[in-house]
Design a protein around this ligand. Sequence first.
Ligand SMILES: *Cc1c(COP(=O)(O)O)cnc(C)c1O
Length: 349
Amino acid sequence: MSYFRPAIRNMAGYVPGEQPQQGKFIKLNTNENPYPPSSAVTAAIQNVLGEGLRRYPDPWGDAFRIRAADVLGVPPDWILCGNGSDDILTIVTRALVGEGQQLRLPTPSYVLYRTLAEIQGADCEEVPFNRDWTLPEQFAVGSQKLRLVFLPNPNSPSGTIIPPEQILELANRLNCPLLVDEAYVDFADTNCLQLVGQNEKIMVSRTMSKSYALAGLRFGFIVAQPQVISELAKVKDSYNCDALAIAGATAAIDDQAWQTKNRDRVIATRCHLTEQMSQLGFDAARSQANFVWFTHPTEAVQPIYAQLKQNRVLVRYMNFPDWGDGLRISVGTDQQIDACLNLIKDLVP
Ligand SMILES: *Cc1c(COP(=O)(O)O)cnc(C)c1O
């Protein structure tokens, strides 16, 4: 199709994790929360249905911004809402990285960042993590071409975290903005929210998909200094968040009691999963997220993924060139994890 821009013709397109619409699977492959969201979310959405759908939604999602500002301890004008945090990542990339310019990301990490660079016709520089999931010196070196750095923290697929002090130092050394993707941070011990006030180049993105169990609703947001937010807002769709999503996300962030309880349950199961897999001979990365990255010192893991799938348990098999492969298993309920562990027990010697 010669009508399309070369950048589009030459790119492969992002392939999301398997989302089987048929058949009963235990789904441990895309880091969804295994528990239903707060009942306050359903009530808030029901309240909008009908008459509430007639009008356009609030273009800024102020109800959410005001509530989230209170919970997070930042002013509302430091927040921009998105149709999932993938929308936020798209807005940031479109606003900052032009054709021929460069975007940096670590690897192994979230593959979508590369797709976003490719859509812009931009260069993508993938810097490999050290084997212990720390960042090499080179990650902090700026250049004329480099316009944006992405850093998922906790990282996916490893679940590991770079401490905030190191992220501040990184941002201070770079000559371009740094987006810290905190999709999984509610399952971690620390976060980078405090850093946003200390350096205007630091932006933090969050999502309601994982820790609030709302992957189907599509709502995410970014926290940045207000002069940054106003520039980003120019790039977004006028009504990027629909009325149902704004109402649901507002109710969800308002219910911190639900969030704490859910987080504690997920972390308990994460510990159980990690312990059991270690006993089966797997190496586990030190996860601060709702999934764990497993490798095996002697056994091939791809056949384990395939066998699990045949038994209707979906985990994520990932293979990174020059790095190696592994299994990323999302934290499900205790029952789901035990079912998965029981199958794995029969698959490793
Ligand atoms: C899941 C995920 C997101 C996307 O979240 P949505 O809000 O559902 O778009 C962003 N970044 C990382 C690293 C993720 O794993």
